[in-house]
Design a protein around this ligand. Sequence first.
Ligand code: FAD
Length: 342
Amino acid sequence: MIPTDCLIIGAGPCGLFQVFELGLLGIKAHLVDALPKAGGQCSELYPEKPIYDIPAYPIIGAQELVEKLMQQIHPFGPTFHFGQQVTELRAEGDAFQVATSAGTRFTARSVVIAAGVGAFQPVLLRLDGLDRFHDSQIFYRVRDAAQHAGKHIVVLGGGDSALDWALALLDKAASMTLIHRSDKFRAQTASVEKMHAFAAQGRLKFLTGHVHGYTEESGQLAGLKLKDNAGAEHVVPAQHVLVFYGLSPKLGPIAEWGLNLNKHTLVVDTEKFESSVPGIHAVGDINTYPGKKKLILSGFHEAALAAFAIKQRLNPGEKVHLQYTTTSPLMHQRLGVETPKD
Ligand code: FAD
């Protein structure tokens, strides 16, 4: 059980900035994200795209913004718990009991839900009965490349993950087949060219078409049935299948935590950005209030006000003062610079 003053659910841009605003007020946070890294939609959906409406940045790449935020919050030492979804959140006395899909448990004095449009989950290869091979022969992420060595591998998808893993595992596999629905890719041109060059040398097989079934041998997955785009049927040897069909956000368990919802978003006030349960705040794309706009800068503002409310909750009866960062002793101490005299 990990005790914390504040648990932030979601490490997208708004969850990250929440760390900064809490840090300025002397509050340390833990963050949990279902993804294996920080950045939310910015990193997952449009890392290379430019953003033009972050104040003081005429233009900034989405991934670059995430990196700057990570740099900005570094002095406040947040603890990240990646690759796990928050599945349970319930009030117990003055605190909140939180549990994740990986079994991590927290007792949090306050909670900020910065869950955006929901937890990003892999889009599944849906075939009857295939679920039983999940994590033994069907994989949605590569945790340990060595476990795929010597296998007949099929990689499904046409994005960077699919191309990168098909190329990376090529030399370790008994055979490598890449299957995509068309010959148009959403991956780096250099990787696509490399893949075509290897296919021409016979080092991997590239097929376009639709996977519609599978074969088994002695209860083990043995092959995938594919109808190619010319209508021909194939059975591709498949001991390990790596599926990279992309990620789609799911609100998931948040809807079951007893909080007031309006169209898959959490209803909050505009003073504390608090949900219908005192002590549970919501910032960024996950919240709604009159006039809400799903913009990063709106989430930043919400995070600032939520932090003040949390400070007040943790220190009842004390007046919470606004401290400019320019003169904040805490900021200077964290950055290791001298506090200006005036
Ligand atoms: P998100 O970025 O969605 O992050 C939420 C995080 O919470 C995710 O990482 C998710 O995995 C995690 N999560 C959710 N549920 C759980 C759970 N139960 N357990 C653990 N983790 C969980 N905005 C702008 O202001 N300017 C722009 O120019 C702009 N361009 C955009 C372009 C595109 C193509 C898209 C898709 C969006 C754009 N946006 C833009 C919107 C902007 O990206 C969002 O407003 C912003 O990402 C919201 O940040 P967030 O932190 O609230 O949520």
